[in-house]
Design a protein around this ligand. Structure first.
Ligand code: URA
Ligand code: SF4
Length: 211
């Protein structure tokens, strides 16, 4: 788990055994500057006693507006992939490494900007608190940012995807796979089917690791 001595979310994370309390408190977080330009904190979705936890990167434009994770196009693709992997998508607990939307303004549009390591570290206490409540058996990190948040190190998706990884949170088996947005970008291209199947295959392996 990534630990940091820099200022971060720690001071805003309440002691609680309820996800709803965390979710509410995250709106008051000033652990990094991302709260300033975004609409609201986007916390998690799914049952707090789920055995499978999925960690994404950060909310996108739609999620920032609606206040819920994975409600945009990437979320739809992820739900399809989970269902194809043999687990109803609403049985997984879904969250993000970073809870506020980072973007750049281009005219009227808000363009997604990758969160930096400082944002991932600052936001990490929220993820730790979620892990302590949900106590998932299996954690799937979706992409490199999530991989860093979950494992506390740089990850390489191409070589580390699809098998159980060491060094995850207590008691959890960690899997890494591609981010659904990366698959979505290939829609309409010849590579799309292979990328989607790869995501489903990795998710199916994670599902198979549930006892
Ligand atoms: N991408 C993510 O990583 N998380 C979301 O909630 C939406 C898109
Ligand atoms: Fe706090 Fe995370 Fe939002 Fe930064 S991104 S203000 S650390 S909740």
């Amino acid at each position: 788990m990534a630990k940091t001595s820099e200022p971060g979310a720690e001071a805003w994370v309440p002691e609680t055994s309820e996800i709803e309390v965390l979710a509410h408190a995250a709106n008051g977080c000033r652990g990094c500057e991302l709260y300033r330009d975004s609409t609201q904190a986007v916390f998690s979705a799914g049952p707090s006693d789920a055995r499978l936890m999925l960690v994404g990167e950060q909310p996108g434009d739609r999620e920032d507006i609606e206040g819920k994770p994975f409600v945009g196009p990437a979320g739809k693709l992820l739900a399809e992939a989970l269902d194809a992997a043999g687990i109803p998508h609403d049985q997984a607990y879904v969250t993000n490494a970073v809870k506020h939307f980072r973007f750049e303004e281009r005219g009227k549009r808000r363009i997604h900007k990758n969160p930096g390591v400082t944002h991932i570290n600052a936001c990490h206490p929220w993820l730790e608190a979620e892990l302590a409540i949900v106590k998932p058996e299996v954690v799937v990190a979706l992409g490199g940012t999530a991989g860093r948040a979950v494992l506390g190190r740089t990850v390489k998706v191409t070589t580390e995807r699809g098998h159980a990884l060491e060094g995850g949170p207590d008691g959890a088996t960690v899997f890494l796979t591609t981010h659904p947005s990366a698959v979505l970008r290939l829609r309409g291209e010849p590579e799309f089917d292979e990328a989607f199947d790869g995501l489903v295959r990795d998710l199916a392996r994670a599902v198979a690791a549930l006892t």
